[in-house]
Design a protein around this ligand. Structure first.
Ligand SMILES: [Cu+2]
Length: 248
């Protein structure tokens, strides 16, 4: 009888959402490692308690370094190592620098919507002017039409990205702090007014995913959602061409 090899998939065991980014599996493995270590420490602590109860020895130890300082030092080193590894994984999507060929997309959070801007054929984002912000007139980001780089910019309310191509998002907020989060891409980052925060990653599995706001940003926070569509490179090119044609 042939044995079927079952692949170990942490997302199914811990009921995590599907993983649709290149950096996600490493984060999941680290999360899983943390959970197993926490479980092992819990069991160990209860075993030590039980042994102490059963043996009923004097609580005064003649070797405090062995029962107190050594375990304390080991746990401190373990937690520091876990924190350093977690920081390293976190920084991979922020501080290591995006791929030079990465697709540039600007994300703006405002009460209560997300807008996405693509730089168009000139690959340069045009100037924006806060005085020109007019969502009711189709200019939610305040694009300045007198700037030549603004004229081919594409603003959408849906984020469309090609699969397996690096992406560099620049995150802004117009009014208050919003939380840009896509659980399936293992991404979560505050969008802060006055700051441009870069987030770079590679989406992998085509599909539709919810973009959520994870900061309580006002009365309409509950409806501040958008959709991320990961498509094939061919579909992405066709979508971009259709948006360019539809531009006023
Ligand atoms: Cu928000």
């Amino acid at each position: 009888m042939a044995l079927t090899r079952i692949a170990f998939d942490p997302t199914t065991i811990w009921n995590l959402p599907r993983d649709a980014s290149a950096h996600g599996p490493a984060l999941d493995r680290h999360l899983l490692l943390n959970l197993w270590i926490a479980l092992a420490l819990l069991v160990l602590a209860h075993l030590i308690l039980l042994i102490g109860l059963v043996l009923r020895r004097s609580p005064v130890s003649r070797r405090p370094w062995l029962v107190e300082y050594l375990p304390l030092a080991a746990i401190t080193i373990l937690f520091a190592a876990l924190a350093i590894r977690a920081e390293h994984l976190w920084a991979q999507t922020r501080y290591t620098g995006a791929d030079p060929a990465a697709l540039q997309v600007e994300v703006t959070g405002m009460q209560f919507a997300w807008y996405f801007r693509y730089p168009g054929m000139d690959a340069a984002f045009g100037r924006t002017d806060p005085h020109r912000i007019a969502p009711g007139e189709g200019n939610p980001l305040g694009l300045d039409p007198t700037d030549e780089h603004s004229q081919d910019d594409i603003v959408t309310s849906q984020l469309v990205l090609p699969a397996n191509h690096p992406v560099d998002l620049r995150l802004n907020a117009q009014d208050v702090i919003h939380g840009f989060a896509i659980p399936e891409l293992r991404l979560k980052q505050n969008a802060v007014p006055g700051q441009t925060i870069h987030l770079h990653f590679t989406p992998t599995i085509p599909g539709s995913y919810a973009i959520q706001c994870t900061q309580l940003c006002g009365l309409g926070h509950y409806r501040m959602q958008a959709t991320l569509r990961i498509v094939t490179p061919g579909e992405y090119t066709a979508w971009l061409a259709s948006r360019e044609k539809a531009r006023p």
